[in-house]
Design a protein around this ligand. Structure first.
Ligand code: DC
Length: 220
């Protein structure tokens, strides 16, 4: 079974998707972390964010792994980059990197590979529209921009990495959403058959219960 959870930055996708996966005994895959890992490696190597072939080479040749250095960790080419991919610098680079079709092709291939072999909850921007258009359940999570900036600030403070000023976060989130939704390759979009859940005024437990009920058929 494949559950696709898409939505803009700070809508609660990561927290919700991880806990829904735990509840159902499914694997969990954070596809945003994959785009972030490629963006981080590009910055590290001094690769221009305009250089599509070089960026695609990183995406296609440097394997990304989850949980290799402990629960919740992200590695690329055998190196733990869990913290590095959450910095404000990576935040700025990831949208331009993820807009390149060749980068998306390389990462989409890997994502489809995971989905073929596991029951999985996969979260991102294009899971229900492009990666798994036949997903068993598609959820599009949204929340008001101020709520999203507030949540991302709390998350960054908890992780001890990334921006925590909510006004700066709001500006950066809005800019990223705009780029992600307006790019031509696999833009951020709600699939026609996705269930939209506005989480602004819901608790985390309510959102998780809602999605688990949808997955188990207890909610129409
Ligand atoms: O979910 P996130 O904020 O960690 O995602 C980081 C960026 O990666 C986001 O700005 C857009 C991009 N992304 C994407 O283009 N497609 C996905 N499936 C997941 C993320």
């Amino acid at each position: 079974m494949i559950i696709a959870i898409d939505g803009p930055a700070g809508s609660g996708k990561s927290t919700v998707a991880r806990q829904v996966a735990d509840r159902l005994g499914f694997q969990y895959l954070d596809t945003g972390a994959m785009y972030r890992a490629v963006a981080y490696r590009a910055l590290e190597e001094g690769v221009s964010l305009d250089d599509e072939p070089a960026l695609a080479r990183i995406a296609g040749s440097e394997p990304i792994a989850f949980g290799e250095s402990g629960p919740g960790t992200v590695s690329i080419a055998g190196r733990d980059v869990t913290h590095e991919i959450r910095t404000a610098q990576t935040d700025r680079a990831v949208s331009p990197v993820s807009a390149w079709p060749a980068v998306r092709r390389a990462l989409t291939d890997q994502q489809r590979g995971y989905g073929r072999s596991h029951d999985i909850v996969m979260e991102g921007r294009d899971i229900g529209t492009v990666v798994f258009p036949d997903a068993d359940l598609k959820v599009f999570l949204t929340a008001r921009p101020e709520v999203r900036a507030h949540r991302r600030g709390l998350q960054n403070a908890r992780r001890g990495v990334g921006e925590t000023d909510e006004a700066l976060l709001l500006a950066s989130i809005l800019e990223r959403d705009d780029r992600d939704a307006s790019r031509s390759a696999a833009p951020l979009a709600k699939a026609e058959d996705a269930v939209e859940v506005d989480t602004s005024d819901m608790t985390l437990d309510e959102v998780i219960a809602c999605i688990v009920d949808l997955a188990t058929g207890e909610r129409p």
